[in-house]
Write a protein that binds this ligand. Structure first.
Ligand SMILES: Nc1ncnc2c1ncn2[C@@H]1O[C@H](COP(=O)(O)OP(=O)(O)OP(=O)(O)O)[C@@H](O)[C@H]1O
Ligand SMILES: [Mg+2]
Length: 269
């Protein structure tokens, strides 16, 4: 599904074996992170195995605070598993993960969430029997009811689905569910928001709307780390793109460079 790179020639890959993404990439492209580009998320040597399958294999990466960072990779390459390790729903077998300088690997998802990380899921997880508004208010910890409702309505306004606030989540269209789930994640006031395929399966007009929302969130200071396949969207919205293949992070850089990177083209061929 990496639409602009299908059919490209196969060439060698293996940045991970040659010292990982950071050895090759910062030097070649944008220089090491500085105080102006401090990392909000640092992933170092993360490994996640399911029985004999290594879904994430010594993955190391950084997400710069205030950036929109994309994560691409063929189906089954380990993107969601890496997000699960970051968000705490999977415990890594090795490696360390830091959020804003604090170690989070091995912590409970709720604890990581309280530290400033929220996420949306590849398959949305709204409570179908609750209204959209109730879905948002249900996750509002530490707010009064009045504040929770007010904040939920603001966020539904932000993603332009306020008109659906009293609809049961189970009656929403696929695209509407994606929007409501973004709003629900924002109820946590995250510093870092992980989005697993926010653009998948929705029409280009809605994709463009979501692009606009993500840019607005970035402008408001939320760091965004998102998985997607479509280079058109990633080119538009991402400052940096990471590429994964068979559990390894194989490339990192500005989206335009990543879409031409031979290792990435080979992974998708
Ligand atoms: N809970 C699990 N138990 C066993 N294997 C798993 C589990 N979760 C993921 N896997 C396997 O790990 C590998 C990576 O899966 P993952 O869902 O992370 O890939 P992905 O890059 O997100 O793929 P997609 O683009 O299809 O969403 C796959 O081979 C998958 O079948
Ligand atoms: Mg996935």
């Amino acid at each position: 599904m990496l639409e602009e790179t299908r059919g490209a020639p196969r060439v060698s890959r293996g940045a991970a074996e040659r010292g990982g993404v950071w050895g090759g990439v910062w030097g070649a492209m944008s220089g090491p992170p500085t105080s102006k580009s401090a990392a909000i998320l640092v992933v170092e040597g993360v490994v996640k195995r399911f029985g004999g399958l290594t879904a994430v294999n010594h993955a190391s990466c950084k997400v710069v605070a205030g950036s929109i960072t994309g994560l691409i990779g063929p189906n089954g390459s380990g993107k969601t598993t890496l997000f699960n390790c970051i968000a705490g729903t999977e415990r890594p077998d090795a490696g360390r993960i830091e959020l804003a300088g604090e170690r989070i690997d091995g912590r409970a998802p709720s604890e990581i969430c309280a530290m400033g990380l929220a996420r949306t899921f590849q398959i949305t997880r709204l409570f179908r029997e609750m209204t959209v508004l109730e879905n948002l208010v249900a996750v509002a910890h530490g707010r009064s009811d009045v504040n929770a409702v007010r904040r939920a309505q603001e966020l539904l306004d932000l993603v332009e689905v306020r008109a659906l606030e009293h609809a049961l989540a189970g009656t929403l269209s696929y695209g509407q569910r994606k929007l409501a789930e973004i709003a629900r994640a924002l109820m946590f006031d995250p510093k870092l928001l992980l989005l697993d395929e926010p653009f998948a399966g929705i029409n280009p007009r809605l994709q463009n709307r979501i692009l606009g929302y993500l840019k607005r969130l970035r402008d408001q200071g939320v760091t965004l780390f998102l998985i997607d396949h479509e280079m058109r969207l990633l080119l538009d919205v991402c400052d940096t793109v990471l590429a994964m293949d068979t559990g390894e992070l194989i490339a990192e850089g500005p989206p335009d460079a990543i879409r031409r990177d031979p290792r990435v083209l080979a992974a998708y061929f």
